[in-house]
Every structure is written in structure tokens, then in C-alpha cells.
Design a protein around this ligand. Sequence first.
Ligand SMILES: [Zn+2]
Length: 338
Amino acid sequence: MNASDELKPDERWKAIILFGLNNATYKMALANCLLEFASNGETTIKWDELAYSFYLQYKERLSENNMPQQTHPSRQTKLEVIIKQTNNGQLTEEQAVERVAREGFVDVVPRFQTIGQEKIPGSFYDYDFGKNLTLKDSTLQIAELKKAELNDEISARWSHLEGAFMINRDSDNQLANDVRETYLQNGYDRKPLTHNKPFLQAYQGNVCFYCGYDLASNIHVDHVLPRQVVNHDEIWNLVLSHDFCNTQKSDKLVARHFIDKLIARNENIMGGNHPWKSNIERMLGTDPVARGKTLEKHYDQVQTVLGSNYWEGSSYNPETDPFYRRVITLLANDTKHK
Ligand SMILES: [Zn+2]
């Protein structure tokens, strides 16, 4: 591999900020703390210093705009609880910071330097949990060269996550509940899906349904319309994707262009001679027009439930996102070389 085959430190950083599960905003807060320490030239950070800096991130954030900090509509992050208890006098600031030091980093410090299931090569710090965290040269370097730009990027991403968490709460209405209920009644328990891989591979080519890049290892059978809504494992809704792409998409709504792609893929199956043809006919219809309409109707119903909780945006296509493609290509290469 030559130098262009690796993510540069600022690209690794950007991948951490943009990608991964992001069920909460912790990575954004930690990223700001790390840049701040780095730009002050502090390389070994004591745990309570880090906790105080982390605490301040949330104190400021939540006083400016009181937006949800994690995905589940009826839960709160530890930091939201701690800040609230400090504001109403249940905790002193000292007690608050002590709790952050104990409970606030349990997930984020170990996981910050991974995206999806991938531990990204090269890292920004070492740590001794509960004691200290030591910044590496790459962190000092990007803080020196690009701090303002990176802070802006973190800030934009943080707002984006809060917006998505808010949508999750807003889409909980009667119509959405009715659609959920119908899918629940007609649904069934999860079935094992891996045996579908060879079949799907034959009709999809050996590329990921979402990003279009070669599938190597870590192939995932994915529900295009999220299973947590449709409650079934029907073949018309199953595609192959990278683990990475599956994690990025998670239970969100895909852009409508993916539905056109799924319709085309299903018609591809219908043109073959597989026993599952009859299954697709039964589920979607006996002719292409009827099948297309049924699938679009499912998409509309799922949209009623998920609102505008899109994977990135209503027309997002990772295939035409150069940075996404660069990351997925290098992660795939990295996996192959392991
Ligand atoms: Zn992919």
C-alpha cells in the first residue's frame, strides 16, 4: 500500500465525526475536548480535567438549546441527567464532575476511535481508564492545522444528530402507531438470514446495495425497509450490504431512489427461475406494475412511521459521496490485508 491508500489523520478524524452508530452525541463532546487540550499543548490530561471539560461541553450546549442528546424518545443520557441535577441544586458542580469522571466516559473513550465495527488504523490517544488520557501527535497536528474547521464540522454534526433525535420524538403520532400496529399483526419473529446470501449475491452482483463498492468480507443481509417497522424478513426487502453501510443506514429511512433500485432488483429475480418468484408474486403482485406499486406503498407507510428520519437526507446516495467512498474502499482494503 502507498500513502494515498491510507486515510490521513484529518480524514480519520472526519470519518469518526461523520460515521458510526451515533445513538448519542458523546463523540462530538469528546472531540471538542480533545481539540481544546491539543491546541493548548496539553498532551497528558488527568481524568478529572477531562471530566470537567466534558461537563462544560454539555452545560453550555444544553443551556443554549435544550435538544435531546440520544436516540431513544423516552430516555436521557447520563450527562443530561447530571446537568439537570446540577442546575436544580441536587448536585454541586464538584459532585457533578466526579460523576462524569466515573460514569460519563464508559462508552465514549473506548469507542471513539472506531467507526461501525471497525477499529480505524492509527489513533488519536491512549488512555488509562479513570487515570489519564494521552494525546498522540496526530491530534496535536490536526488541532494546529485545522482546529476552527474541525470545530465547525463537529458543531454541524452535533446539531444534525440532535435534529434526528428530535424527529424520532415527533413522529410518534396516531397514524404512525396504526401503521406500526398493522405491520406488527402481520409480522413474525426474526428468521436466520445468512442462507440467503448466495441467492441475493446472484441477483445483485457482488456489490453492496447501498454504496455500490465490491463486497469482500463482512457481508450483511440487510432489510431495506427497517425490520423494526415492517416486522418481516421477506426476500423482496432483503439486500446485501457491507457491515459498515448497514451500520450507517441502521433503522433509518432510505432515499426514494433506493426503492427504484429495489424494484429493479426484484424484477431481476422475477426474470429468473428461482422458487422464490412465487413468493414475491404472492407478496407484491403478479405483474411488474402491481409489484412496483405495492412496494412504493410499503415505502410510504414506513415513511409515515419514520417521518423524515432519513439516512442523511431525502436524496442521499453514498455512491456519489466521494468521502464515503474513500472510507469504505480503504476499510475494505484494510480488512482484506488483515
Ligand atoms: Zn457498502
